[in-house]
Design a protein around this ligand. Structure first.
Ligand code: SF4
Length: 248
């Protein structure tokens, strides 16, 4: 496993080729977005790998290993970025370790600049309870921005059906915040599609999924949901916050 604090993220991209200009990337989005909108997830990842090479990475929150499995099958050795916030459930860390041990991917464990203890010393204990937007910015958004500095495109496991006022993810889109191509190969998948892929390929799933946590984030900001509740309703419950800022 490569572990990187965010400022060192560029170092492990030593073999990366030169990136494209923003104009070129936007042009790619314009053409490929329409062409690939209805394509199978495997074809979307294949296109991204063929187009961006080592300047394409996927990200995973380790709720399951579907996208990691799919990408590792299409492009063995592909970079999988995990944001190690310091607040993950043990089950999520275990899923990350199992992904690294069993799948042909290059797991990159990205840590924030400050440890939880250092953040507590700077901002006071339990920042997540007082200012979750700042906590997410420090432990998720900024680390991701730094970690993806050496890439032109990134993929997420975002699915449109998980909506809770959530962003409608194009299959190939432009991420204005990161100024990169954002690829969502699973955007059109339903929960049944995920279940089918998991069953067909014996894919790792975070055990918390079977314990009332259909959407898994940091432990202070994730609660169980009742059957039939929106899966995202267990995230930052009672705060009005619904996203960490990565998919804004
Ligand atoms: S989800 Fe909660 S604990 Fe995790 S970074 Fe955001 S506010 Fe902090």
């Amino acid at each position: 496993m490569t572990t990187a604090t965010t400022t060192a993220a560029r170092a492990f991209r030593g073999t990366a080729t030169e990136g494209r200009s923003e104009t070129e990337l936007r042009e790619l989005v314009r053409h490929a977005g329409a062409e690939l909108e209805l394509a199978p997830a495997e074809d979307i990842v294949e296109w991204a790998v063929a187009t961006f090479g080592v300047r394409f990475a996927i990200t995973s929150s380790m709720g399951d290993a579907v996208l990691s499995h799919l990408a590792g099958t299409v492009a063995p050795g592909i970079d999988v970025v995990f944001l190690d916030t310091g607040y993950h459930f043990a089950e999520t860390v275990g899923t990350r370790d199992a992904v690294e041990a069993t799948l042909p991917v290059n797991l990159i464990n990205v840590r924030p600049v400050q440890s939880v203890a250092e953040q507590d010393a700077t901002y006071g204990n339990d920042l997540f309870a007082r200012d979750p937007d700042l906590c997410c910015a420090l432990r998720k958004v900024e680390p991701l921005q730094d970690a993806l500095a050496g890439y032109d495109a990134w993929a997420t496991g975002l699915r449109r059906r998980e909506t809770h006022g959530r962003v409608i993810a194009p299959v190939i889109g432009w991420d204005d915040k990161l100024r990169k191509v954002k690829v969502s190969p699973l955007a059109r998948w339903t929960g049944e599609d995920v279940d089918r892929y998991v069953a067909e390929h014996g894919v790792l799933v975070n055990p918390l999924q079977y314990d009332g946590y259909p959407s898994i984030g940091c432990w202070p900001c994730t609660r169980r949901v009742a059957p039939g509740e929106n899966p995202r309703s267990g995230r930052w419950a009672g705060t009005g916050k619904t996203e960490c800022g990565i998919h804004a």
